[in-house]
Design a protein. Structure first.
Length: 287
């Protein structure tokens, strides 16, 4: 079943004449007749009833006409969605690590929806490795992660740098240097998180071995820290969004360098106006 066949069928149904349809479609009547017979053979039902030299649509044809109209409309919508000059529309599936989704994207997503209401944006959070796998397998149109790695068939571009802050409850007193962390519990995301890796590398360089409790939620991490149970290393976006208003103070250490967050997409994804508009807004937001 081809779109050309479906378009011929609908035009004949609308015009009630193969000759008139041939004029509108700029082809010979015999071509339309042959393509309609092929479509009927594939469907296993007659779409038109031949009456002398005329024809009228069959009951099965009336039913198929409903679906033919939907398929042609959807095809036209798909064509508009990938037209580089068209207004972004259609489905956009974006993945992001939790820190980006909660600390950096909320305001941007609101602005994006206001600017491009025809785009249905779906946001998925997860571990960076899973998000890249989903992008590689076309389950996502793009992903924001805090790692810079080579992946076959994936392209990437830096979006913004995320400063890192060590946070603690204000009741704990100031943290002036790493010695102030002695006997403190650290709450961090599980192994594999790039921010946890940065913390472990820093502590190792400072010859500090602190107990780390794994929590896969910034809400839970900030809650434990604000209750005075320990400390955590978080991106500045998370601190600004949650920790600052939860009775936590943030501390910068020169050795804890900022980490790039990058946007990844599949090299064979082709033209995608909605994705490109999203990336442009990311650049605009974090310029």
């Amino acid at each position: 079943m081809e779109l050309a066949q479906i378009r011929m069928f609908k035009t004949v149904a609308d015009e009630g004449s193969i000759a008139r349809a041939a004029e509108l479609l700029h082809c010979v009547p015999s071509n339309i007749t042959a393509r309609l017979k092929s479509l009927e053979a594939e469907l296993g039902v007659p779409l038109f009833l031949r009456e002398g030299r005329g024809l009228r649509i069959s009951p099965a044809g009336q039913t198929f006409l409903i679906y033919a109209s939907k398929m042609l409309a959807l095809a036209a919508e798909a064509k508009r969605a990938v037209d580089p000059s068209a207004e972004p529309s259609g489905l956009l599936r974006i993945g992001a690590i939790e820190s980006s989704a909660t600390g950096r994207l909320p305001r941007l997503l609101a602005k994006f929806h206001q600017r491009f209401p025809a785009v249905a944006l779906e946001l998925t959070t997860g571990a960076w490795s899973q998000l890249l796998d989903d992008t590689l397998n076309h389950r996502l149109d793009g992903a924001i992660v805090a790692v810079d790695v080579e992946r076959s068939r994936l392209r990437r571009t830096p979006m913004y740098r995320e400063d890192l802050l060590l946070i603690a409850s204000t009741s704990m007193g100031p943290l002036r240097d790493v010695a102030d962390l002695q006997d403190k519990t650290v709450f961090m995301w599980p192994v594999g998180c790039p921010y946890r890796a940065a913390l472990e590398h820093w502590l190792s360089g400072q010859r500090q071995a602190l107990p780390i409790v794994s929590l896969a939620s910034y809400g839970a991490i900030v809650g434990c820290v604000s209750a005075g149970a320990g400390v955590a290393l978080v991106p500045k976006g998370v601190f600004d969004q949650y920790a600052k208003g939860a009775g936590c103070a943030g501390y910068e250490f020169a050795e804890l360098t900022a980490i790039d967050n990058l946007f990844y997409w599949h090299e064979n994804a082709g033209v995608h106006p909605a994705r490109e508009a999203f990336v442009a807004m990311l650049r605009e937001e974090f310029a």
